[in-house]
Design a protein around this ligand. Structure first.
Ligand code: URA
Length: 255
């Protein structure tokens, strides 16, 4: 089941319908005047009327309105798209999700660089976003990293001890694991914070360049392998719980 919440109490129909669909408030008002909105079987004359989505049956142009107080989407972020809600010139991750779902008021949970790909959560729930992002919550963020030079044991030890960035900023302990050795190795890094360009700057400290960065997991939630780059889908309630309660502290424990 997708993560939804019932209730919210009686709300003006223009606000309620616009918050749950692709219609703007003005469009909802026009629709109501034209008889396109039914509450418990009766057409409402004005979108200023109130309805309670937990108890009233609401039909918008014949389609039932399913109410969700907050929404949580998993996006497979493609390269070249900005991690922001809005940008006057460039396509954003929120544009991608809005186009597919019609849902408004969304924002990304943290940021990935424009060239970084992989798992990004998109929501309208600020408390949830804060918990995921805050280093205090200890939620793992797991990345696959393609590097331009070999990974040495000493690097793994330095990451586990918590290294300092070039400007002196201290990092929490991070877990580094070699997945494919060689001159352009693939490694997995697990961090519990999200400083600006953190992963690239951490590898910079040990003299390695990052040629590709892909986030595969947040907390206990893995990127759905069936989700193509640019696609999104709602989280189930189990998946939402996995983000915060999933296997954590691997980075801290150096497991
Ligand atoms: N670290 C980075 O350097 N870039 C990202 O996009 C995410 C983590």
């Amino acid at each position: 089941m997708a993560e939804t919440e019932k209730g919210g109490g009686p709300q003006r129909l223009d606000k309620l319908v616009a918050s749950q669909t692709a219609y703007t408030r003005r469009q909802v008002q026009q629709l109501a005047r034209a008889g396109g909105i039914l509450v418990n079987g009766h057409a409402v004359g004005s979108a200023a009327e109130k309805a309670d989505p937990a108890v009233d049956s609401i039909l918008v142009e014949g389609r039932p309105l399913f109410y969700a107080a907050h929404v949580y989407y998993m996006l497979h972020k493609p390269a070249g798209v900005l991690s922001a809600s809005r940008d006057p010139h460039r396509r954003t991750v929120v544009d991608l999700v809005e186009e597919k779902t019609g849902r408004r008021g969304l924002f990304p949970v943290g940021r990935l660089d424009k060239d970084t790909t992989g798992l990004l959560l998109i929501t309208d729930d600020g408390d949830f976003a804060h918990k995921v992002i805050s280093p205090k919550s200890g939620v793992d963020k797991v990345y696959h990293v393609r590097l331009d030079g070999p990974v040495e044991e000493e690097m793994i030890r330095r990451f586990a001890a918590g290294l300092q960035l070039a400007d002196g900023t201290p990092c929490l302990p991070a877990r580094l694991r070699l997945l494919e050795p060689g001159p352009a190795p693939l490694a997995e890094i697990t961090v519990q914070e999200g400083k600006y360009h953190q992963v690239k700057r951490m590898f910079g400290v040990v003299g390695l360049g990052v040629t590709a960065l892909h986030r595969v997991q947040i907390g206990g939630l893995k990127l759905d392998a069936s989700l193509a780059a640019g696609d999104c889908r709602p989280l189930t309630s189990d998946e939402k719980a996995q983000v915060l309660n999933g296997e954590q502290s691997k980075a801290k424990n150096g497991e």
